[in-house]
Design a protein around this ligand. Structure first.
Ligand code: ADP
Length: 153
């Protein structure tokens, strides 16, 4: 069973995340979207909302699941038997940041990180910009899946 986790904050899930997940679904038997809980971080959407957005988005696909975890990502992978970490790359800054994390993770655990390049039409999307637009009453519907877009502001 080829099981991968796609870790992140997903505050909220965006069309950039959805693109990476949809394109990687044929590469693995199961993809667990893993929301990392960090109690020092302030989130816009609470954990129940972030889980629900993802469940609604992938409701029709039994290969895609959502879970939350605390602590080191590699420990969570070992706990659930996932051999791969999936990450998306938008730009050189993502690459530089992700490279050190991926090499550390492989060094510590042997777990491979698989990178997919974002599609050109979603490369500019980030959860932080979505949060800014949302906070100021802007229209986020072209940036996020319907489960998030239908939120009342
Ligand atoms: P984190 O808090 O770990 O950065 P995010 O929820 O922001 O978590 O992102 C999770 C993963 O999704 C990361 O690999 C990130 O590079 C990727 N990602 C975020 N936005 C996009 C996008 N627009 N296109 C492709 N990948 C993306």
């Amino acid at each position: 069973m080829k099981r991968a986790i796609f870790p992140g904050s997903f505050d909220p899930i965006t069309l950039g995340h959805v693109d990476i997940i949809n394109r990687s679904v044929d590469l693995f038997d199961e993809i667990i979207i893993a929301i990392g809980l960090n109690y020092e971080k302030k989130y816009l959407f609470n954990i129940e909302q972030r889980v629900q957005f993802i469940k609604d988005t992938f409701a029709g696909n039994p290969k895609i699941k959502v879970q939350t975890y605390e602590g080191l990502t590699i420990h969570y992978c070992q706990e659930i038997g996932a051999d791969y970490i999936l990450r998306g790359l938008r730009n050189p800054a993502d690459f530089e940041f992700e490279k050190a994390i991926a090499q550390t993770n492989r060094n510590l655990s042997g777990i491979e990180t698989v990178f997919l390049l974002t599609s050109a039409n979603t490369a500019f999307i980030s959860s932080s910009i979505v949060r800014d637009v949302y906070r100021h009453g802007g229209d986020i519907s072209s940036l996020v899946p319907d489960s998030v877009a239908k939120l009342k502001q």
